[in-house]
Write a protein that binds this ligand. Structure first.
Ligand SMILES: [Zn+2]
Length: 298
């Protein structure tokens, strides 16, 4: 087993470390971005390869991971990846996984019962999976003492028949096996539609569009600021082309508006930007380059 030791970032008195679940190398840009323009490729190849695009296949390289946040008082996870043993027959990337995610978390010094809070940007398949694990045929909370905090609108929608009316939706069953058990165990806590502050250092910021109640999560400590963006972007190509929605974005105009807000906000306040799906370190800075934005990994 390969254990990854990851860079730890310091935001004031708080540390942030990536806990990897898996690396993906499966999406051609024309699949991930329905508005993809092949002409964009050549001028961006110098930074895309080798670690953001596979030079042989042309597929975009992505990551799925959790951010481990340690404050003086609490151990917190931002989103929980895809999880092991889940039934995702329509979505082979997430079907019957067996990743050493919990071993990687342990290697970072955290046992499941030590997690105090799990903050969710949204409730899609690759952000709630480790909420539960399969024990004797039942889905039980992985983090037995954690409060799971998520936008209320996400629960209202993804827990309702309205979001289940197409049997081909890739996330079918996700709410039932990865969110409902948390609600049943009394561990769920909801954030209202306007977002707002949570604990001493966090603020939920509505960035809807990718999903119905999606929120980014701001972190502040001792004058330093960071943003856990959630799925406002899926690859740094969208820093260059914020008008491109991913194929997974559910509300198109709102997704574009939220992406632009996040980029402008990050550039203006020089936020350390923690993404859920970029490759390499998955974190970096957004800067303005004339009327465009640029990305730099940190
Ligand atoms: Zn995602």
């Amino acid at each position: 087993m390969i254990l990854h030791t990851n860079k730890t970032y310091q935001i004031g008195e708080i540390t942030v470390t990536k806990i990897e679940e898996m690396r993906l190398n499966v999406a051609p840009p024309s699949f991930l971005y329905p508005a993809w323009e092949p002409e964009e490729l050549e001028s961006n190849l110098h930074w895309l390869t080798p670690s953001n695009m596979d030079a042989t296949t042309g597929n975009l390289i992505q990551s799925i991971h959790t951010w481990l946040v340690r404050t003086r008082h609490h151990t917190i996870l931002i989103d929980t990846g895809s999880g092991n043993d889940k039934e995702r027959p329509k979505n082979p990337i997430f079907h019957h996984l067996n990743t050493p995610y919990l071993q990687r978390l342990a290697a970072a010094g955290v046992r499941p019962e030590e997690v105090d809070y799990v903050l969710h940007t949204h409730l899609h398949v690759d952000h709630v999976g480790w909420n539960t694990r399969l024990v004797d045929g039942k889905w039980v909370p992985t983090f037995p003492k954690a409060r799971h905090v998520f936008p209320k609108l996400e629960e209202d929608y993804y827990g309702s028949p309205e979001s289940h009316n197409d049997v081909n939706v890739p996330s079918l069953g996700v709410f039932e096996d990865s969110v409902a058990p948390i609600v049943a165990s009394g561990q769920a806590e909801r954030i209202g539609n306007d977002g707002g502050e949570y604990l001493d250092n966090f603020t939920f910021r509505p960035t809807k569009g990718h999903s119905i109640g999606h929120m980014s999560i701001e972190l502040r400590s001792e004058g330093q600021q960071a943003l856990f963006s959630g799925d406002v972007m899926h690859h740094p190509f969208q820093v260059v082309r914020p008008d491109w929605n991913s194929v997974f974005c559910e509300w198109q105009d709102e997704a574009r508006a939220s992406r632009r807000w996040a980029l402008e906000h990050a550039a203006e306040h020089k936020l350390l930007f923690f993404t859920p799906h970029f490759a390499e370190t998955s974190a970096g800075y957004v800067t303005r380059q004339g009327d465009r934005f640029a990305w730099r990994y940190e």
